[in-house]
Design a protein around this ligand. Structure first.
Ligand code: NAD
Length: 452
């Protein structure tokens, strides 16, 4: 691992990656490799957990293409030196900010959207002029292999290299003196990464998880709200970091909500019999999810197929914050439904828990919308929708508090992998001696007069 990091540092120090045309060429190469290998990539993700070609494109590759295209178009602008005002003390001088790459970066990916979560940070790192070592999640073995083959056969290891492996390999990587670590995964492992990075004072971005609430208020358009919510929850069999983890429904809407949710699931293709209903990533996770189901509280679903690692969309009702399913992030196709009749009360409950990665509020009432936005701190979210905010790279994407540190996508990704170097550039033709000894009363008066 150390040899590889040294190799990348040596390459970085040649300044090759500082050249914008080099970065654009690498991004174009990545784009054409992905396009030429869509079929191979789909076969791998299908083998791992039966993702359909439709979802492989819409929820993985299309986001990568968008980020690549945007970076190619904007990288020159993003990396331009920015002139800023100079303060009076420094007159006469110019001041500017130079965006510069951080250096050798490590990206650690999660398994649930294996291509997107590994390659989107890599795109940002490359656009910003860094070298990259990418460690995808080892759980979806076929996608990890596919990315390793694609990248390692086509990029120079001194610039971009995929290292496959699990805990031992990641632990060995975490001992190296990288210039940046970008991690996507659980809160628990996020803490391990943060501690390892602290030993070498390495800046980190942590894209973590948590329990993201969805609030169904009494003033929402229930039909379309349920349609959007059910899709967002059960896409990828609920294995989405920003999926609504649980829903709190106003008491007056509960019965209608449940009836519509059932109808919507049945109208969708989230069925364990369907060939494109995504599998649970492994047996361990399926067992973890099954243990969260309280049979007495199941309103709908609960069917499972152990051999094929499938769990049908499951709705549990009459849930309280004390239930087992409400203790940790679910990360699977189980939707607990809680009810409320006092908005302040439910917001207090949400606020007393770790800050979620996302929050969704379904309402047509402006005051309710403002109240939720004002009171709840969350990474990013949506009003009258769920999940779709991730597609808008103009907003950046990331968590807050326990759900993460930092953000990426679009220019936010570029910033995440850059240092902004502020430079004061002074001519030598004037050097007032006001700051120099002797420190007279007159000088002090003048300084006070000028600077307050
Ligand atoms: P995870 O934390 O188990 O694994 C993530 C990565 O860390 C993997 O590459 C894994 O190999 C590595 N890893 C695991 N244990 C390690 C250890 N002890 N030391 C060093 N490295 C280790 O997470 P996961 O199961 O892959 O993903 C699920 C979690 O990720 C959920 O909490 C989900 O919310 C979160 N997530 C967040 C985002 C986001 O963008 N914020 C996206 C997807 C997933």
């Amino acid at each position: 691992m150390q040899e590889l990091v040294d190799l990348q540092k040596t390459f970085f120090n040649t300044n090759a990656t500082k050249d914008i045309s080099f970065r654009i060429a690498q991004l174009k190469k990545m784009q054409s490799l992905l396009k030429a290998n869509e079929e191979v990539l789909h076969r791998a993700i299908y083998a791992d957990f039966k993702k359909s070609a439709f979802e492989n494109y819409t929820a993985e590759l299309s986001l990568l293409y968008h980020d690549i295209q945007q970076a190619i178009k904007k990288v020159k602008k993003w990396s331009a030196v920015k002139r800023v005002k100079t303060n009076l003390v420094n007159f006469p001088a110019k001041s500017y900010i130079i965006p510069e790459p951080l250096g050798a970066t490590l990206i650690i990916g999660a398994w649930n959207y294996p291509y997107q979560l590994s390659l989107a940070p890599a795109i940002a790192a490359i656009a910003a002029g860094n070298t990259v070592i990418l460690k995808p999640s080892e759980l979806p073995v076929h996608t990890s292999n596919a990315m390793a083959k694609l990248i390692n056969e086509n990029f120079d290891p001194s610039f971009f290299k995929v290292v496959e492996g699990g805990v031992p390999e990641t632990s060995a990587l975490l001992k190296q003196a990288f210039d940046k670590i970008f991690f996507t995964g659980s809160v628990q492992v996020g803490k391990i990464v943060y501690q390892a990075a602290a030993k070498n004072l390495i800046p980190v971005t942590l894209e973590l998880g948590g329990k993201s609430p969805a609030i169904i208020t009494e003033n929402c358009d229930l039909k379309v709200s349920v349609k959007r919510l059910i899709w967002a929850k059960f896409l990828n069999a609920g294995q989405t970091c920003i999926a609504p983890d649980y829903v709190v429904v106003h008491t007056s809407k509960k019965a209608e909500f449940l009836a519509l949710a059932k109808k919507e699931i049945e109208a969708s293709n989230f069925l364990i019999e369907a060939d494109n209903y995504v599998q649970i990533i492994n047996q361990k996770n399926l067992e973890r999810l099954l243990a969260l189901i309280d049979k007495d509280k199941v309103f709908y679903g609960g069917n499972h197929d152990i051999e094929n690692r499938l769990l049908s969309p499951t709705i549990m009702t009459d849930i309280t914050f004390e239930d087992k399913v409400m203790q940790d992030e679910i990360f699977g196709p189980i939707l607990p439904v809680l009810e409320y009749d006092n908005l302040d009360g439910i917001l207090q409950q949400i606020k007393s828990r770790p800050k979620p990665l996302s929050c969704y509020v379904f309402t047509n009432d402006k005051k309710t919308k403002q109240k939720v936005l004002n009171e709840i701190s969350f990474g990013g979210g949506a009003i009258n929708d769920a999940l779709m905010h991730i597609t808008n790279s103009h907003m950046g994407f990331g968590g807050v508090g326990e759900s993460g540190i930092g953000s990426y996508h679009g220019e936010y990704g570029f910033k995440t992998f850059s240092h902004y170097k502020g430079v004061l550039d002074k001519p030598t033709w004037l050097e007032p001696n006001i700051k120099y000894y002797p420190h007279t009363n007159f000088k002090l008066k003048l300084i006070k007069l000028l600077f307050g």
